[in-house]
Design a protein around this ligand. Sequence first.
Ligand SMILES: Cc1cc2nc3c(=O)[nH]c(=O)nc-3n(C[C@H](O)[C@H](O)[C@H](O)COP(=O)(O)O)c2cc1C
Length: 299
Amino acid sequence: MKILICVFSGTGHTFLAARAIEKGFKEAGASVDLHAIKRPYKDLPDSSKYDYVGLGYPIHAFNAPKIFVDYCKLLPKTENNTKVFFFKTSGEPFHPNSASSILAYKSLKKKGYDIIQDTHMLMPYNIMFRYKDALAKQMYLYTMAMSKLIVKKILCGNFEHPKYNFFTRIFATIFRIEWICSFAVGPFYHVKKDKCSKCGLCVKKCPSSNIKLTEKGIKFGAHCSTCMKCVFECPCDAVRPGILNPWRVNGRYDFNGYLKDDSIPNVYITDETKGYFKHFKKYYNLVDKELKSYNIEVF
Ligand SMILES: Cc1cc2nc3c(=O)[nH]c(=O)nc-3n(C[C@H](O)[C@H](O)[C@H](O)COP(=O)(O)O)c2cc1C
């Protein structure tokens, strides 16, 4: 069995899921190629030659980021009925997130791909506000378990051709304005001169190749994906994302550290949870049921 996994990930959360899916397939004896989606699009793998293609992305404003949708449009036609599974991560389980794959879905369908899954996993917000360590730990543990679920369902031939509800599609269409905003916001990104060491890490890591090191210092172009990688990765905390600065969350979540730290509980969302996070309960209850039916343990 030949599997291709192509993933766009800003701050690494979706990439962690991609790695876990890769591991699951390899353990089952499949051959897996993992490809990170970056601009300029180079060395595109021939997705039509694989049995299964996994396409992963973080949800941005109820949609897939433009860099991901453009990538899907470049994939070749298939005559072998190649099967595609989407996997996506986002900060909350709101229903309007569910039609985020619609444009990629339509483009791949036209090229003959058979879309067999669209799995939504939760990972902590990398914008707006920082989630508590315990919630980030729970999200990570569940994402790892759900990555096993994705693999298991495919290996069992249990396909769920996704259907996108009319209202969530309208929602996604309206919020696609974020694509234009990213274009407009990008050039206003800047670095704080007193903090920036000009190490060039942001230039090297930007998946949109939107950052340059010039004689005058670090310059941002107009092709930002607002993925927040530069903000997260900067070792000097120097990057300021223009008008998004009030919602900046800087510094990675230390998932490995949370796993080792027994003082951080594995579960943050419980039946007793109240307030903003109470709507996460329904999501986790559904996931628990599904994981149980496939004998997959989270902890
Ligand atoms: C510009 C932007 C928009 C986002 N919009 C949403 C959203 O609409 N819904 C949501 O649940 N999470 C949203 N998020 C949160 C990310 O989807 C989440 O943190 C994800 O795990 C990041 O994955 P990555 O590290 O692979 O980029 C947004 C993040 C960014 C940077």
